[in-house]
Design a protein around this ligand. Structure first.
Ligand SMILES: [Zn+2]
Length: 336
């Protein structure tokens, strides 16, 4: 081997080593936790310990030390969200923006019947009218449909139409079949309907509004698919739904098959996230207290695979997609 060839071989080796070292550097920017619950198992807000194993100081400290700068907050019952939304000084000190959602559940029994229960629709209307100390509710959910056919229940239909009318986002734990059914229950059918004269590709779908929403000054409903198919809808099916519905976004907690060796993204998921960099978000899903106990590890796990993505894509999935969806600072620094 000549010296030039040897040198170029060394350069190539050096670059390959740098690339692999770079790929394993965790993402260090801000995080938007797009699936957070502050349920009454974590804290009953008018009870002292042991009724409140995770008081506000505890959950905010967990967010702060993990660089979580905003949370999509919902809780069963809604008291937990209202407590977070009302803790102005504490959330400001922790550097956390609270994006409140109305939970559809007052108790565990509501999980299995909300889609046909008129009193749930009433509760949602009451909550929306009242708002939160951090401002208006920005969405509805998380809700669950264990049988996708219930996406056509009267209250499910009513709430999907309401979400579009009021520019609310939806956080839905459902299967792929229910995504089609829920979208069919919105006036837009999940499609972007730009004002005439605006080309489809500009602005991109994530900021585009339906014509009706644009006239109101809003930007319409978004359906956030909790877990992006927790029972493992195929990657081809997820891709198909993302192509069909520009108003669909995916949250990635508990998604089977997402990560492979070394906690990095599996190749097919990496390809999907690169195909739709503006459509995915990360979340903790603190549905039981164990998830609070492992909050650090959960966020470190996300930072590990985010670090394997191109920096701009990592930043979008970690932060910008959520910040843009709810209209706040996309340039937030990563204070930890
Ligand atoms: Zn959840």
């Amino acid at each position: 081997m000549g010296s030039v060839a040897r040198l170029s071989g060394l350069v190539a080796l050096g670059l390959a080593l740098m690339r692999s070292a770079f790929a394993q550097t965790p993402y260090a920017g801000p995080l938007f936790d797009a699936h957070l619950h502050y349920n009454d198992e974590a804290c009953v807000h008018d009870a002292p310990s042991p009724g409140c194993p995770h008081p506000l100081t505890d959950v905010l400290a967990r967010m702060q030390r993990n660089g979580v700068r905003a949370v999509l907050a919902n809780s069963r019952p809604n008291a937990g969200t209202l407590a977070l939304a009302g803790a102005h000084e504490q959330t400001r000190a922790a550097g956390v923006t609270v994006v409140p959602f109305v939970r559809l559940y007052r108790n565990r029994a509501d999980y299995s019947g909300w889609f046909a229960d008129g009193t749930i629709a009433e509760m949602v209307q009451t909550e929306l009218a009242r708002g939160t100390p951090a401002g208006a509710y920005r969405g509805l959910g998380e809700f669950h449909l264990y049988d996708s056919a219930n996406a056509n229940g009267p209250v499910a239909k009513q709430l999907m139409a309401l979400a579009e009318q009021k520019d609310l986002a939806i956080l839905a734990h459902v299967d792929d079949v229910a995504i089609d059914l829920l979208m069919a229950n919105t006036p837009s059918k999940g499609q972007i309907d730009l004002p005439p004269g605006r080309p489809k590709a500009d602005p991109p779908p994530r900021v585009a509004a339906t014509h009706a929403a644009a006239e109101r000054g809003g930007d319409g409903m978004r359906l956030i698919w909790a877990h992006t198919g927790i029972s493992g809808a195929s990657i081809e099916r997820v891709d198909e739904l993302f192509t069909r519905y520009p108003r669909l976004m995916g949250e990635l907690s508990y998604r089977p098959g997402l990560t492979c060796d070394g906690g990095q993204l599996c190749p097919e998921w990496r390809a999907l996230l690169l195909k739709y960099p503006e459509r995915f978000m990360i979340g903790s899903d603190t549905w039981v207290n164990q998830r609070w106990l492992y909050y650090d590890e959960l966020m470190q796990g996300y930072r590990a695979w985010l670090g394997g993505l191109p920096a701009d894509v990592a930043r979008r999935i970690a932060w910008n997609n959520g910040a843009q969806l709810f209209g706040f600072n996309q340039n937030a620094p990563a204070t930890r």
